[in-house]
Design a protein around this ligand. Structure first.
Ligand SMILES: [Zn+2]
Length: 212
């Protein structure tokens, strides 16, 4: 089982760990700050270092309770130091948090729920169960989102049991229960622009955001 350090500290960029299993170039650690991907947020990249050597973490995979780091070079055993590619991860965290603000703005203005989404280091997108997405509505959503960002509100991460998660999921409250990484305050997002809208079918509209 891998302890998921990023759940309790999204700002952790370096950590010490022990390799618990090796499978070719894949290593499993007892703890990791690397986000393994999921919920629309891509897996982290970075390096693992040991005895003066290092190898890049090119991919991640999750298998049961274990998180595997897929290395570019050959793996070693024992103690390692992990270093997350921080600029990339922080950009992803800001876009992820920006999506939460967007979701809040769309729900508050039009009562529309999320149908899907994806996060990248330079942009993010979210699909909403929404029929009408006029220019005026897009402008209103953008203004509301930027108002929330400028208020520099704290972003609180709450941990729920699997049972509670599934229950919330069933009632449609899924936007916040994602297990990803977030910035601590909305002010860190800086500001967002809705750069693209797409019609993805009846009552399904896609909004793409980029941060300023
Ligand atoms: Zn989230």
């Amino acid at each position: 089982m891998t302890e998921l350090l990023y759940l309790h500290d999204g700002y952790l960029r370096e950590f010490d760990a022990t390799i618990t299993a090796v499978d070719g170039r894949d290593v499993s650690l007892d703890r990791t700050a690397f986000y393994p991907g999921g919920g629309g947020q891509p897996a982290d990249t970075g390096v693992l270092e040991w005895h003066g050597e290092q190898s890049r973490v090119a991919e991640m995979r999750r298998e049961g309770d274990a998180v595997w780091h897929v290395l570019e070079g050959p793996a070693a055993g024992g103690a390692v130091r992990g270093r997350v590619d921080w600029d990339r991860r922080y950009a992803i965290m800001r876009h992820h948090s920006g999506l939460h603000v967007l979701v809040g703005a769309v729900y508050r203005l039009f009562g529309a729920l999320v149908t899907g989404g994806a996060i990248y280091p330079d942009r993010a997108r979210m699909d909403f169960a929404l029929e009408d997405l006029s220019k005026e509505r897009v402008a209103a959503i953008e203004a509301e989102a930027n108002r929330i960002i400028s208020e520099d509100r704290p972003i609180r991460v709450r941990f729920v049991s699997r049972e509670e998660f599934e229950r919330s999921d069933l009632t449609g409250f899924d936007a916040q229960a994602d297990g990803g990484t977030h910035v601590a305050r909305t002010g860190e997002i800086g500001g967002l622009a809705i750069t693209k809208t797409e019609n993805k079918g009846k009552a399904n509209r896609r909004l793409e955001i980029m941060l300023r």
